[in-house]
Design a protein around this ligand. Structure first.
Ligand code: NAP
Length: 302
């Protein structure tokens, strides 16, 4: 039987409706409006489109939002001062510096300067540590991994006791999602294996997975015969494999492929995310969720 398609687009829309209500209630009860600033250095086209999408989402949810554009020759010191200014701005609950930033600036220094209580991207070492400890310690969850967990839970998969195999060990996807899934609690409590380029037999690990999360950045790395029948497959990979002309706009658009051969895998898996339209739409939504949480905490609401 063909797999159920887990639509990130639909689930993200559901969560955004919930966040819109939460935002309105928060405003009514406490007068606090979630505030998000996105800082963009330079005019990298991909970064411009990511920041625009984040601002659009913030606007639609009723946030107070600022897009702060800075020239690509801004000094490290000036960028640090800008971050400190937003750290001290009580109307701002979330600060996001769009990466990458120009090479003459130490990225780590900038990310570490963000107040951990406003670090809605969850890149600050304090928040990474809190995530590792888990439970109430974790103020924010990093956006893409948090989106992956939501997809699994909302698709109705039992995570407790499940064999979860994560392909990839990056700091933004592989390691944090492995950490999230092994925590004791709802939507987690799994037995987690992380595989990478040093792993001897990738196939045998993948075949054991009740929930297979693939974040390698290699088109069609996971073969359909590696998938356990009925498994939940979350394909995080976004790989540009060429260009085509869009029927809508007549302009060239990238052809995207995931890390899993979707067409073949959907005949074996129990449920699977498509690329695009799977994990992608969840990432910005979870950024909005973190910003609402930060605003609630600042208003003394848990
Ligand atoms: P990354 O930093 O390049 O990490 C890739 C990981 O996969 C590394 O740990 C690497 O192992 C492992 N890997 C690569 N090739 C492998 C192979 N042949 N066998 C086993 N392991 C392999 O990438 P990332 O930032 O985590 O992103 C991964 C993918 O997810 C990319 O396609 C990216 O575009 C996509 N992504 C999507 C979203 C979204 O919102 N949809 C967000 C973030 C990332 P080693 O550590 O041994 O090198």
């Amino acid at each position: 039987m063909a797999a159920r398609i887990i639509s990130g687009t639909e689930i993200a829309a559901q969560i955004r409706e919930e966040l819109k209500k939460e935002t309105a209630e928060l405003k009514e009860k406490s007068g606090v409006v979630p505030g998000l600033v996105t800082i963009l250095v330079g005019k990298n086209p991909a970064s411009v489109s990511y920041v625009t999408a984040k601002q659009k989402a913030a606007h639609e949810l009723g946030f107070y939002s600022i897009q702060d554009d800075q020239p690509d020759d801004i000094s490290e010191e000036s960028l640090l001062q800008l971050v400190y200014r937003y750290n001290n701005d009580s109307k701002i609950h979330g600060i996001l510096v769009q990466l990458p930033i120009p090479k003459h600036i130490d990225e780590k220094k900038i990310l570490n300067a963000i107040d951990p209580d406003k670090d809605v991207d969850c890149f600050h070492p304090i928040n990474v540590g809190r995530l590792m400890i888990g439970g109430d310690e974790a103020r924010f969850l990093p956006c893409t991994p948090a989106g992956i967990q939501e997809l699994i839970v909302r698709a109705g998969f039992e995570t407790s006791g499940a064999e979860v195999v994560v392909v990839g060990r990056s700091n933004i996807v592989g390691k944090p999602i492995a950490n999230i899934m092994l925590q004791k609690g709802r939507g987690a409590n799994s037995t987690v294996t992380v595989v990478h380029t040093g792993t001897k037999d990738l196939e045998s690990h993948c075949k054991r997975a009740d929930i297979l999360i693939v974040a390698a950045g290699v088109p069609h790395l996971v073969k359909p015969e590696w998938i356990k029948p009925g498994a939940c497959v979350i394909d995080v990979g976004v790989n540009r494999v060429g260009e085509k002309i869009s029927e809508k706009t007549g302009k060239p658009v990238p052809i995207l492929k995931g890390d899993v051969d979707f067409d073949a895998a959907k005949e074996i898996a129990g449920a699977i995310t498509p690329v695009p339209g799977g994990v992608g739409p969840m990432t910005i939504t979870m950024l909005m969720k973190n910003t609402v949480k930060s605003a609630k905490i600042s208003a003394g609401i848990k």
